[in-house]
Design a protein around this ligand. Structure first.
Ligand code: ZN
Ligand code: ZN
Length: 173
């Protein structure tokens, strides 16, 4: 499966150059969609030659366009992540390392989006938080205090027992 390159960088100069040769990477922006949520990333990264390839270190800042897990309104979540990844030349590959691809290309955009994906919020809520919604009727109260809730008498007596137990617990301290 081939994945569309987001921001591919040709590493030929740094791979051919001497150890301390500068290889500037200007800050750049990428956009991709992960599980239906647009992620925007601003990437500041620098490259250092290693004995196996090139090490990238820097930061990714971005936003996740999502929907509030409570009220489903659109929310934008600010995200930030560190990048510290070594891309390895094919001849030095031993396992699951990030490989330097054909033409000495590495997709730094993909690397950045993957870093943001790791810190993406799975259930974002509004900021400031919107009221908690009832799981039974969707109203602006907790499920425990929902007027539509019908308590099974057997559960009610069990709940009473549990409350008593809690009261009987010896106090430590
Ligand atoms: Zn909300
Ligand atoms: Zn309710």
């Amino acid at each position: 499966m081939s994945v569309r390159a987001l921001f591919a960088v040709d590493l030929s100069p740094i791979l051919a150059g001497r150890d301390a040769a500068p290889f500037p990477i200007p800050p750049f922006e990428v956009l991709d969609t992960v599980e239906g949520e647009p992620l925007t990333a601003t990437v500041t990264v620098h490259a250092d030659r290693t004995n196996r390839g090139v090490r990238f270190r820097g930061t990714v800042r971005g936003t996740q366009e999502s929907a509030c897990a409570r009220c489903l309104k659109a929310v934008r979540v600010p995200l930030a992540a560190e990048i510290d990844e070594e891309a390895v030349e094919a001849r030095h590959q031993t396992g699951e390392e990030l490989a330097i691809g054909k033409g000495n290309m590495v997709d730094l955009g993909r690397l950045a989006i993957e870093a943001l994906d790791l810190v993406r919020e799975l259930a974002p809520i509004c900021s400031p938080p919107c009221p908690e919604r009832c799981g039974l009727c969707g109203g602006e109260h907790t499920a425990a205090s929902c007027p539509t809730r019908e308590v099974d008498p057997r559960l009610a007596s069990l709940a009473a027992l549990l409350t008593e137990d809690r009261d009987d617990e010896p106090q430590i301290g």
